[in-house]
Design a protein around this ligand. Structure first.
Ligand code: PGA
Length: 252
């Protein structure tokens, strides 16, 4: 049985003290939930990982970094390795976010290297994919998503695949207030699951968690999460306020 997950992606927001406060608020709210129907994860800047981990330790909320390097270690000034991320206590890393692909030129090939290093260091990967507005409108979106997933992930063994969570994030819906309709999202999620089934078989595909991201909020989360192939969300803006984030966590 696959897991439902709601993961926050704070992006480049909050100072360390602000982030610790936010993590505490989420941690306390999650601890009070009697019947949680999903795992909860917060994705935070590198600078925050250790301090936020101290707040979350022993609780129910998981911790993710928002990126890691595509090199193991050494002379890469300013980079943060997967081993460093794992040593903070984080269990997850978000890879392939469209903002990383677009503004930092991350390619499918680089992401493949990052995925391998993350898995070698025992991290689970929340792997983002999704099309631009142009690709949605010219009908090439399935090809784009298929290439993103197959070129960065399909070298993995079935055993390694168990550490992969997919996040479908249509770029035109990120931070724009323009959510994909639940039917549009469901169509792509079903397509992704089919793609995974073709490569890894029906059982592994059924066990794969596929999140939706892009202007997900308390008001639209119930309809999105009710779809058969949508197993939760990757939440940007609405993860920066504990009450909004909890409104999505409790949407199942
Ligand atoms: P958003 O961002 O919820 O602010 O649209 C989602 C994401 O980029 O992960």
């Amino acid at each position: 049985m696959r897991k439902n997950i709601v993961a926050g992606n704070w992006k480049m927001n909050t100072t360390v003290p602000e982030g610790v406060e936010l993590a505490k608020a989420v941690n306390e709210a999650v601890a009070q939930e009697q019947s949680l129907k999903c795992d909860v994860v917060v994705g935070v800047p590198f600078t925050h990982l250790t301090a936020v981990n101290a707040v979350l330790e022993g609780g129910k909320v998981g911790l993710a970094a928002e990126n890691c390097a595509n090199h193991k270690s050494g002379a890469y000034t300013g980079e943060v390795s997967a081993a460093m991320v794992a040593s903070t206590g984080a269990q997850y890393v978000i890879l392939g976010h469209s903002e990383r692909r677009e503004y930092y030129n991350e390619t499918n090939e680089m992401l493949k290297e990052k995925v391998d290093l993350a898995l070698e260091n025992g991290l689970k990967v929340i792997f983002c994919c999704g099309e631009s507005l142009e690709q949605r409108e010219n009908g090439s979106f399935k090809e784009v998503i298929s290439a993103e997933i197959s070129e960065s992930l399909f070298h993995l063994t079935a055993e390694q695949w168990a550490s992969i969570v997919i996040a479908y994030e249509p770029i035109w819906a990120i931070g724009t207030g323009k959510t994909a309709t639940s039917d549009q999202a469901q169509e792509v999620h079903a397509f992704i699951r089919e793609l995974v089934a073709t490569k890894y078989g029906e059982q592994l595909a059924q066990d794969t968690t596929i999140l939706y991201g892009g202007s997900c909020k308390p008001s639209n989360a119930p309809e999105l999460f009710a779809k058969p192939d949508i197993d939760g969300g990757l939440i940007g803006g609405a993860s920066l306020k504990a009450a909004d984030f909890m409104g999505i966590v409790t949407a199942f």
